[in-house]
Structures are given as structure tokens and as C-alpha cells.
Ligand binder design. Sequence first.
Ligand code: C2O
Ligand code: CU
Length: 442
Amino acid sequence: MKRRDFLMSVGALAATPMVGLQTAAQAADATTTLVAEPVTTQLLPLGNPATAMLGINGSSPGPLLRMKQGERQSIRFDNQIDQGSALHWHGLRIDNAMDGVPGLTQDLVQPKGGFDYILNPPDAGTFWYHSHNRSWEQVARGLYGPIIVEESSPPDVDRDIVVMVDDWRLTQTGALAPGYDNMHDQAHQGRLGNYARALFDDEGSVQRGQRLRLRLINVATDRVFPLKLAGVEGQVVALDGMPLSKPRPLTEMLMAPAQRVDIIADVVSDEAVVILAPLRDGEFSLGELAVKGAAQTPRTAGIAPLPAHRLAQPDLVKSEDILVKMEGGAMNPRMMALDSIWALGGRTGLDQDPVMRIARGKTARMRLANETLFPHGIHLHGHHFYELAADGSLGDLRDTTLIMPEETREIVCVFDNPGKWLLHCHMLGHQAAGMKTWVEVT
Ligand code: C2O
Ligand code: CU
């Protein structure tokens, strides 16, 4: 994406009442309209052809939505593409009816149709929205955008920058390659792109000594991105919109599709802050911010933790335990026994029955066992969960957890949000080929 496109989209949104800019008194009446429509984007460097995609309000990614913690947001979704669609608010712990999953929480929004979403985001942090119908196609074609839920007293930084990493499969003429339902892709790592880059919401230059908040979001449909930053020194302060009680040194990261990492870091280079993907055949630059000049008064204060969110405490003594297996995929002799390429918790696709029914407020301990030869990024809707550390203690709070081949990850979740919640692989090609199920909280 070209910087100009993203800025244009933000400008265009300002013409409609922008949620984050409303005062509390106006907020209840202010409606943001998000129109899904065909767009053209300069994905490739200038001089190359532009790419026909899907976007929101004229661009892909769609506009950055700024919300205030706990404040009601009203969003009108207007579907002007030629397929049914719906918007999901990834990571926001909101009402089930607003979760945006056709066939589970709402009807499909038909072409030329609309849907009114009311969101009440309880947690400040970095989130995103994306299509949740034929997501392996519609997200690959560009139907997504970032969400910032602002802290009531944000950390002291000079710049707050969203960095979305994505990859696309492009033809020689820069068009999106067809074949979204390719079974070979789906049985392996999904639809991996042949072109990747970082998309900044603000590409303006930074200064040496400035303190930045960088909000990394992996919006790729299927690619797990190893990422590294050059030109800054700092700390990781939040994962998937959940503050770390103790910020961690910034090292190399591995981000599953849909995961987010919030970083607060000081610019230590005179040239550039670079987003790098260290891959097997070398370190690739996904994008960079130029450094121009130096800050007058660089900060000396350390990086403090962000204020913790209010989540129910898990009850590990009276938890309900369940084993959820990931099965199937290429090179797996047992794949033939399944009625689709992948299975999750013994289910393939949206079964009549959930993988688990649980009473509201109860704690579940789920053993996610990856019995396949591929990594999976498993996402639970409507809740955050703890990853259990090797010693059984509560680890990071996440909404999407990356599980490597033959690995088992235990997660612990207090199911305090009633409704029908999807549990699925966020490698969207895997989801397309059966790797999804749901949990009912009664
Ligand atoms: Cu990011 Cu089921 O979604
Ligand atoms: Cu998967």
C-alpha cells in the first residue's frame, strides 16, 4: 500500500463523524459508516501496476478506527462488494450479537445490504477488524483495518504508529492471483504471498531520541511472520491488546496471523527505523521510517507497564478440562479419515454442536494439541485466555496462540461472555478447510 492511500482513507473518514473524535455526549449518536467496496491500491513500488482489491471507505487497509475504552461505538456496515460479508472486531470482548460471524452470531450481509454494529470495547489496546465471510478470500483481497482503543491516560510517547504486516500473492501484472480455494494451499501452509510489506498508518519521518509506540499487527491470511526491528531500542508492552505486567526486552518476534505486539521504543539510529523479516534466505526489509534530525529532549524515564485490564480471575481448582486436537493436513496419514482437510476438536467446520458448552463464569482449561506437521494460530472469539507456562503458572494473556507442529499448549479461560464463540485457526486457509469449531457459553 502507498502511504498516500492510507492517509487518504483517514482523511476521508474524518468527513464522516469519527468515533474517537466525538465527545462523550455526542458519542451515542455518532455513527461511523464503513463501506466495503472494490478499490485500487498501489501495493507494489511506484512505477509498477496498481492492484485491484477490496477495501473499506476507498482503501485497503480500511481506515484506522480510534475508540475510547468503555465508550459506545456505533458502526454502520454497508456491503458494496459482490459477495456476502460481515465484519468481525478481532480481540474486542463485546456482545456476541456484534461479533460478526455469519451463521453463528448474525445473518450474512448480502451485497447492497447493511448491518449496524454497536461496540463497547472494554480493553484499551491494539485490535483490528476484518471480514468474517470467506475470510481466506476477502481478507486476502484487503477487507481489513486497524483499531486503536485508547487508554484513558496513554503512555508518554512522541508518536503512535500502526504497523500492519501483510503478504499478497500477485501475478506478473500486479493483480491478485485467483485460486483462493486452492486445496493444495489449504492442506499446507495456506495461501502464502510472493510479496510482503509493512503498512504504516503514518509514514512521516521520526527523530533520533524520539519515543515511539509501534503497534504491530499481522494481518496476513496465513503467513507466520518472524519480525525484528532495527534502529530502535525498547520494550514489548502488550500482546494481543493485553498489557504485560512487566514489559519485556524487544528481541526477535514470531507473529501468527492476527496476533499483535505493542512496543514502546526509542529511536537510536540516524538513518531509519526498519521492520525486518529474518527469513531463511536472508533478512528482508518490509518497510522503514526515515530518521531526520534529533529530538530536543530525549526521554530518560524508563518504560512503564500499561495499566492492566480488568479480567476475571481463573479458578484453576474447579476448572473444566478439555482436550482440543488439531488434526489433518498434508503428509498426515490420518487425514483421509477426516471429512475435510483439517479438524479442530474432532469437528470440521461449523458443526451443529459446539466443542464445549460451559456455564457463564466458569474457568476452562483447554489442552490444544497440534497433531499435524504445520503450525496453527488458534483464535478464540469474545475472550482472552492465559497461555499456561511450562511450570503450570499463568503466562501471557492472548486471543490468538501459535502452536508449533507436535506442540501442545494449555490455555486457561474464564468464559464470562455469554453466547456462541468461534474457536478457529487464523491461518484462514486452514479455517476454510475445516479448522474451526465453537464454544457455547450459557
Ligand atoms: Cu480474526 Cu474469527 O477472527
Ligand atoms: Cu491452522
